[in-house]
Design a binder for this molecule. Structure first.
Ligand code: RTP
Ligand code: MG
Length: 145
């Protein structure tokens, strides 16, 4: 047969400040590893405005931009580079839809997310949404990679 191995792909995963504060870092990484993806870089840090402005460049000018940046710098995040076949799509599938209330049970946001009582959607995790975004975001968070 001509079945070729699926080329490995990389994505940037963030456990956002709500996930770290609620002690869900291990649970998120457990789901990533249980799916068969490999963590190839991992760091806890508090993001500054410059990093977040670049990370969320596509959202500049939107009404939720300022509260989003304020939320994202409110505490440490855990940043990871995760590798695996079709991992960009696969992690977004593990994460579930943006709003936890509507996210499917079985997903990180659907099982664990609480998007009520805050002015910005606090949804535990971020995952790159395309190969281009992944390359850009990995370069921002892990310039040495
Ligand atoms: P992410 O980039 O974090 O993986 O999430 P996403 O693709 O599902 O959502 P996106 O549209 O890229 O938005 C980025 C993050 O901004 C916050 N957000 N708040 N109306 C709102 O209050 C609102 N909309 C978006 C969320 O934290 C979202 O994940
Ligand atoms: Mg996004």
């Amino acid at each position: 047969s001509s079945a070729a191995a699926t080329p490995a792909e990389r994505t940037l995963v963030l456990v956002k400040p709500d996930g770290v504060a609620r002690g869900l870092t291990g649970e998120v990484l457990r789901r990533v590893e249980a799916k068969g993806y490999r963590i190839v870089a991992l760091e806890m840090r508090t993001a500054d405005d410059a990093l977040l402005a670049e990370h969320y460049a596509e959202h500049q000018g939107k009404p939720f931009f300022a509260p989003l940046v304020e939320f994202m710098r409110s505490g440490p995040v855990v940043a990871a580079v995760v590798e695996g076949g079709r991992v960009i799509e696969g992690f977004r599938s593990l994460a579930g839809t943006t709003e936890p209330t509507g996210a499917a049970p079985g997903t990180i946001r659907g099982d664990l997310g609480r998007d009520w009582g805050t002015s910005v959607v606090q949804n535990l995790v971020h995952g790159s949404d395309s190969p281009e975004s992944a390359a850009r975001e990995i370069g921002l968070w892990f310039p040495a990679l």
